[in-house]
Design a protein around this ligand. Structure first.
Ligand code: ADP
Ligand code: MG
Length: 385
C-alpha cells in the first residue's frame, strides 16, 4: 500500500499518467465523543494511515473512479449526473464531494471531468474514518486541479456535506477537520462551533508511549439508529433547556437541568456537558505534559459513555477493563459507539502484551477475535511530491 498503488491503478484502468497524487489520513479521536454535533469540543488526531488518490483532469465532462478496495472496476458518470445528486454505493463518497463543491459555489458546468484512482490503508468500518480519508483526498485533489482556492475549513465542510448526503448520516465535522488539520505528533483541538483549530503537541513517541487501537469487529445493526437517536435527544434537550446547543450548558448548570429533564435525557446531557469539560481539561493536561491526568480523563470519558450516554458494548468495556488492569495510562471507546474501536495509551513496550491480553479476554468471553494496531499522529491532507 503505497502511493504507487493508486498511480498503478490509474495507469491500469485509465491509461496515461495522472496529473498528481494527493493523500488524506483517517483519524482517531483522543477524547470528545458526540460533542461535535452539540457545537462542542473534540480532540482527534490524523493517523499514519491514509487514502491516496491519483487524479487526472479530462477534456470532457466524464468522471471515472476506481478503487483498489472495490476490485478496481471503474464507476463512470458525468458532472451533470453528479450535479443532480445521482450516485450510490462507495462512489457516493467521491461523487458526493464533487456535488458538495457545487453546493459550496463551484460552478460544476464550468469545470473539467476527471479520472480518479484511490488506494487506502485505513481499515474500513473500524472507527478510523476511512470515509473522511477518501472524501478529503478527493477534496484536496479537486481543490488543486480545479483551482478552487478553498481553505482547509471550507474543505472540511465540503467533506462533511458529502458524508451527510452520501450516507445520509447526520455526522458532525470532526472526521473531516482532523483529516485536513492534522499535524505530525499533534492533536487537533477543534471548537466545532467556530471551527477554530489549535494543534496540541502530543510528544507520545518521545515519551516512550504508544496509542493502541483495538478494533472489536463489532458492527451493530442499530449503530446508525442509535447515533440518530442520541443526536435527536441532544437537540430536544437543548430546546427544553433554552440553549442553542448543549455546548452552552455548563457543568454548574447540571443540577438545574436535572430538575427540568426526564432521567434518561438528563444522562445524555450530562455526558455531553462533562465530555466538553474533559476535552478542555485534556488540552490543559497535555500542554502541561501531564499524561497521567489525561489518562484519567480518558477513563472518565469511557465511564460516561458507558453509563450516561449508553453507547458502549461489552466488547468495548472489556478492552478498557483489561487496559486498566494492566496499568494503561488511559483507555476509552472511540467513535460513534455500538461497536467499532477502543484506544489505550500506554508505554510502547507494553503495547503488544496488552493486545495479547485483550485477545485472550475476548476468547474467554466468546467474543470475535479483535484486531489491534498502533497509530501515530501524522500530517493532514495534501498533495504528494
Ligand atoms: P469508517 O468508520 O471507516 O469511516 P464508514 O462506514 O463511515 O466507515 O465508511 C466506509 C465506507 O467508505 C466504505 O464502505 C466505502 O463505501 C467507503 N470507502 C472508504 N474507503 C474506501 C476506498 N479506499 N475505496 C472505496 N470506498 C471506500
Ligand atoms: Mg465514516
Amino acid at each position: 500500500m503505497t502511493e504507487d498503488a493508486a498511480a498503478g491503478l490509474f495507469r491500469e484502468r485509465f491509461g496515461g499518467e495522472p496529473d498528481g497524487l494527493w493523500r488524506a489520513p483517517g483519524r482517531v479521536n483522543l477524547i470528545g465523543e458526540h460533542t461535535d454535533y452539540n457545537d462542542g469540543y473534540v480532540l482527534p488526531f490524523a493517523i499514519d494511515r491514509a487514502s491516496r488518490v491519483a487524479v487526472g483532469l479530462r477534456d470532457d465532462r466524464r468522471v471515472r473512479i476506481a478503487s483498489t478496495f472495490e476490485g478496481g472496476d471503474p464507476v463512470e458518470t458525468t458532472l451533470d449526473e453528479i450535479a443532480e445528486r445521482r450516485f450510490s454505493g462507495w462512489s457516493a463518497y467521491p461523487f458526493g464531494v464533487v456535488w458538495a463543491f457545487g453546493e459550496a459555489g463551484t460552478d460544476l458546468a464550468a469545470v473539467r471531468g476527471f479520472d480518479l484512482a484511490v488506494d487506502s490503508d485505513v481499515p474500513v468500518g473500524a472507527g478510523l474514518s476511512s470515509s473522511a480519508a477518501i472524501e478529503m483526498a478527493t477534496a484536496v485533489a479537486l481543490n488543486d486541479l480545479w483551482a478552487v482556492g478553498a481553505d482547509r475549513a471550507a474543505l472540511a465542510r465540503i467533506g462533511r456535506r458529502a458524508e451527510n448526503v452520501a450516507v445520509g448520516a447526520p455526522t458532525g465535522i470532526m472526521d473531516q477537520a482532523a483529516s485536513v488539520f492534522g499535524e505530525t505528533d499533534a492533536a487537533v483541538f477543534l471548537d466545532c462551533r467556530s471551527l477554530a483549530v489549535e494543534q496540541v503537541p502530543l510528544g507520545f513517541t518521545a515519551a516512550g508511549l504508544a496509542l493502541l487501537v483495538v478494533d472489536t469487529k463489532v458492527e451493530h445493526a442499530h449503530a446508525t439508529g442509535g447515533y440518530r437517536d442520541r443526536r435527536e435527544a441532544c437537540e430536544r434537550a437543548a430546546k427544553e433547556l433554552g440553549v442553542r446547543a448543549l455546548r452552552d450548558v455548563a457543568v454548574e448548570d447540571l443540577p438545574g437541568a436535572e430538575q427540568r429533564l426526564d432521567p434518561v435525557t438528563f444522562r445524555r446531557v450530562k455526558h455531553i456537558v462533562t465530555e466538553d469539560a474533559r476535552v478542555l481539561e485534556s488540552v490543559a493536561a497535555l500542554k502541561a505534559h501531564d499524561t497521567a491526568a489525561f489518562g484519567e480523563l480518558m477513563y472518565a470519558s469511557h465511564a460516561s459513555m458507558r453509563d450516561d450516554f449508553e453507547i458502549s458494548v461489552p466488547e468495548l468495556d472489556t478492552v478498557v477493563e483489561v487496559a486498566r488492569a494492566r496499568g494503561a495510562i488511559g483507555a476509552r471507546m472511540t467513535g460513534g459507539g455500538f461497536g467499532g474501536s477502543a484506544i489505550a495509551l500506554l508505554p510502547a513496550d507494553d503495547a503488544d502484551a496488552l493486545a495479547d491480553a485483550v485477545a485472550a479476554a475476548f476468547a474467554d468471553r466468546g467474543y470475535r477475535e479483535p484486531a489491534a494496531f498502533r497509530v501515530t499522529p501524522a500530517q493532514g491532507a495534501g498533495r504528494l511530491p
